[in-house]
Design a binder for this molecule. Structure first.
Ligand code: ZN
Ligand code: ZN
Length: 118
């Protein structure tokens, strides 16, 4: 491979860029900012799954207490969504924290059906 190859730089840039991106198309910086915002929001909402008490933020999701019609509300990218929640353009009132397990079990039903009694 020679540096005189006009395609070399292009290929290199492409590879560099693809290395910098995650599968979701987000850069490392986006991911960091996203995590920071999520951690703040998780703390604002009590810091744990309201159902089973899991506290690992990466395992937690924001769940609408009263389901919001998806046809009415446009689905925002997480970065925008978190930003709006943090700056007050969106209310936190209808949100609760559920871990992936409880959220998955809840689905479209009213509550989680997992047994957390142990
Ligand atoms: Zn849970
Ligand atoms: Zn649960």
């Amino acid at each position: 491979m020679t540096y005189k190859d006009p395609n070399y730089q292009k290929k290199y840039n492409l590879r560099y860029r693809s290395n910098k991106k995650y599968k979701t198309g987000k850069t490392a910086y986006d991911m960091k900012r996203l995590s920071e915002r999520k951690i703040i929001l998780v703390n604002l909402l009590g810091g744990k799954c309201v159902c089973c008490g899991v506290t690992e933020w990466w395992n937690l999701n924001f769940d609408h207490i009263i389901p919001v019609s998806t046809t009415k509300q446009k689905r925002l990218p997480a970065t925008t969504y978190y930003k709006k929640l943090l700056n007050g353009s969106l209310s936190l009132e209808n949100l609760q924290i559920l871990c992936s397990g409880c959220n998955g079990s809840k689905g479209n039903r009213k509550k989680c059906n997992l047994d957390h009694s142990q």
